[in-house]
Unconditional design. Structure first.
Length: 325
């Protein structure tokens, strides 16, 4: 089969399309014929040798999500069958014509959505759902602040929050991305310049926000401490802007606020299975009802993987970048 392989640590140019051995499913596993692989920033870090791969996944083939059709299953698999249209998150190996996945982490592709389009769903919607809802308990009537609202996770969080009638404030350094996010229902668009904390407080009449979905990291830490409401919750999902900052513990204590970090890739398999089941139950119906719609920036061919990585690295994308097989 063909797969996009990392030749050595480096820039996008180290990605090569090669023939590699086909995966064979073990007990509890399924092999999926991939229609589309989604790009994620973790792939960029892995390509540069800065993101270790979990045991059991290829170190030289990136890819944390896929959509396609079940090709074969291993012993004991009952949750999916050969021919099923599925999508899901992976520990790696998704940039390939065939990819192995724990069968119980796969979920059905929603009816009416093409397989390639479904490649834009798993990682971003599961990440946003898990962080904002399962971990931080975002509820109707609360205010969610999404940093990098034009990213894949950002656009997913915006739609999920709007679905339950939460108020959404989104930031971006790019005015054009804010305009496009408004087209998805963003109520309050804030340019991420040095004045963004004051603008957020103005929008909330000085109260601040209930939940912060932080996809940027260190540079926004000071501002986040200024805008988190009493008993507010701040969750860090990504740190492309930097992993360090100064935390004012006295301010955190005074507001009885909380801050936590989260990742999906390194979680134990039982936790990933639990997330997949909750996602299938609570989120998938939203696609069939037209309440949720995957946001695709651009679809590249597998041969164009290096170009796709360069586009994401330059922060040019609004929504998901996909590789089509």
């Amino acid at each position: 089969m063909r797969a996009v392989v990392i030749r050595e640590s480096g820039g996008p140019e180290v990605l090569e399309l090669r023939e590699v051995p086909r995966p064979e499913p073990g007990p509890g596993e399924a092999v999926v014929r991939v229609a589309a692989s989604g790009l994620n920033r973790a792939d960029l870090l892995q390509r540069r040798g800065r993101y270790p791969v979990p045991p059991g996944y290829p170190e030289d083939i990136p890819g944390l999500e896929l959509a396609g059709t079940v090709e074969s299953v291993g012993e004991g698999v009952t949750s999916v069958a050969v021919g099923d249209a599925v999508m899901g998150i992976l520990g790696g190996g998704g940039y390939a014509e065939l990819a192995m996945s724990p069968a119980d982490t796969l979920v059905p592709i929603p009816e009416g959505i093409e397989a390639v389009t479904a490649g834009a769903i798993p990682e971003v919607y599961m990440t946003a759902f898990d962080a904002a809802f399962l971990q931080e308990g975002l509820s109707a009537g609360e205010t969610l602040l999404v940093h990098a609202v034009g990213s894949g996770v950002g656009t997913a969080a915006l739609q999920l929050a709007r679905r339950i009638e939460a108020k959404v404030i989104g930031t971006s350094r790019t005015p054009e991305k804010l305009e496009r996010a408004q087209g998805l229902g963003l109520e309050h668009a804030v340019l991420a310049d040095e004045h963004w904390p004051g603008k957020v407080l103005e929008i909330t009449d000085g109260r601040g926000v209930d939940v912060i979905l932080d996809l940027v990291g260190g540079p926004y830490l000071d501002g986040n401490q200024k805008v988190v409401a009493s008993r507010g919750r701040h969750i860090v999902v990504g740190v492309p802007g930097g992993a360090e900052g100064v935390l004012n513990l006295r301010a955190l204590m005074g507001r009885r606020a909380s801050i936590r970090g989260t990742v999906l890739r390194a979680r134990p398999l039982p936790e990933k299975i639990e997330l997949a089941r909750a996602f299938a139950r609570d989120v998938l119906p939203g696609f069939g009802a037209g309440e949720l719609s995957p946001v695709i920036d651009r679809v590249f061919s597998a041969e164009e993987a290096a170009e796709a990585h360069a586009r994401m690295e330059a922060n040019q994308n609004f929504g998901k970048i996909l590789l089509e097989w």
